[in-house]
Design a protein around this ligand. Structure first.
Ligand code: KG4
Ligand code: ZN
Length: 368
């Protein structure tokens, strides 16, 4: 099996070292992308910007009993998943290792122990096959996921205004080209997905909370009125810790576990407030900066209420709206392979000493 070669340590004299000449001459086209920043082990193949395969091994079952991601368990799971996931991505694309022109892996931001698995695997594979390698910013991946070329999926032209809302991040970015990205504002405290997960935990709904709250919020009935910080402020900053506290106080005041109907009422109110502030700030940014199209990205972009409200407001304001398919909103390898392809195509090469980055802000002058 191809995979056996990967177990050979760097120090092995029989290890086929990369030839720099070969790496420079070849035009990168077919790129393997690996994602392991949190609780999904994912790999995908992109051929000249077009998606050939996309495989994700979810760790939800592993972390569910703990109500959140346990970093040590995530790293161990990545270790056991990485090889089968990469092999599945190659098989789904109908290619073998010899057909690859480059390798990309998420370098950060994320859990260092988790990142290390995908990053080291990617570097080892690139070194073993004599291929160029790049580390990719996970947020850059989310931002450009809508640009991946795939059958029947419309892709936005540049420039676009994008909201990245996930478990770890919530920010608005003005994207003028593949690498011309400016962060206009981000959350001061919790990320939107984190708030969803915490509220779900508080209500005893299980993990991950986002999809469960989304489903309950879609049911008919009254919605609890909840405050949304910074909603009126003409800034692109967010704050989600206040709404989470408001839900906690509401539940504490009840003095008992909310009934099913009360839980649904809280979910409706929570989702309405969060969605409104996300859509309002994104569209405000697009109008103020005269950018004609908006993009939703990150795990929270899988939210049906957010998609619906964004479509309504976009239509009112005559903005074009683009949202990647559900599987490319949550963490995936396709977005990493795509950004890796863009890096490699413009000649970027990273050395094998590249280290993971727990924190890696994107689009903030002086910081990247
Ligand atoms: O992008 P992602 O897969 O991982 C990070 O980079 O964080 O996002 C995961 C987050 C979780 O907080 C999850 O609850 C949230 O995305 N999420 C949702 C939905 N699906 C996933 N939040 C709201 N509604 C959803 N349908
Ligand atoms: Zn993510």
């Amino acid at each position: 099996m191809v995979a056996v070669q990967l177990a050979i340590p760097f120090s092995s004299p029989s290890f086929p070292l990369a030839s720099p000449a070969r790496a420079c001459q070849k035009k990168p086209m077919r790129v393997l992308g690996i994602e392991s920043s949190c609780d999904e082990t994912a790999a995908a193949i992109i051929d000249d910007g077009r998606l050939l395969s996309d495989v994700v091994a979810s760790q939800i079952a592993t972390h569910r009993p703990y109500g959140g991601v346990v970093p040590e368990l995530a790293s161990r799971k990545h270790l056991t998943n990485i090889l089968p996931v990469v092999e599945a991505a190659l098989a789904e694309a109908g290619i073998s290792l010899g057909d690859l022109d480059g390798v990309a892996a998420t370098q950060g931001p994320g859990l260092v122990g988790a990142l290390l698995v995908g990053l080291q695997f990617g570097k080892a594979l690139a070194r073993g096959r004599g291929l160029p390698f790049v580390g990719v910013n996970h947020l850059h991946g989310h931002l450009l996921a809508a640009r991946i070329v795939a059958e029947g999926v419309p892709r936005p032209e540049y420039p676009f205004m994008a909201l990245v809302a996930s478990g770890g991040h919530t920010a608005i970015f003005e994207v003028r080209s593949d690498f011309d990205i400016t962060c206009l504002g981000s959350t001061r405290d919790d990320a939107a997905g984190e708030a969803y997960d915490k509220v779900a935990k508080l209500l005893g709904l299980g993990y991950p909370g986002g999809p469960i709250v989304d489903r309950l919020a879609a049911t008919a009935g009254p919605a609890l009125s909840l405050p949304m910080a910074l909603k009126e402020r003409r800034s692109y900053e967010f704050s989600f810790s206040g709404i989470k506290t408001a839900v906690a106080q509401h539940v504490a005041k009840l003095g008992r576990r909310p009934t099913e109907e009360e839980t649904a009422e809280i979910c409706r109110g929570f989702q309405a407030a969060v969605v409104e502030v996300l859509v309002r700030k994104l569209t405000l940014a697009a109008r103020e900066r005269q950018v004609p199209r908006i993009v939703l990205a990150g795990g929270v972009a899988a939210n049906k209420g957010l998609r619906r409200r964004a479509a309504e407001v976009a239509a009112e304001l005559e903005l074009e709206l683009f949202v990647p398919p559900f599987s490319r909103c949550t963490d995936n390898g396709a977005m990493i392979a795509y950004v890796g392809y863009l890096h490699l195509a413009r000649g970027d090469r990273h050395g094998f000493e590249l280290a993971p980055r727990a924190s890696w802000p994107l689009g903030i002058p002086g910081l990247n």
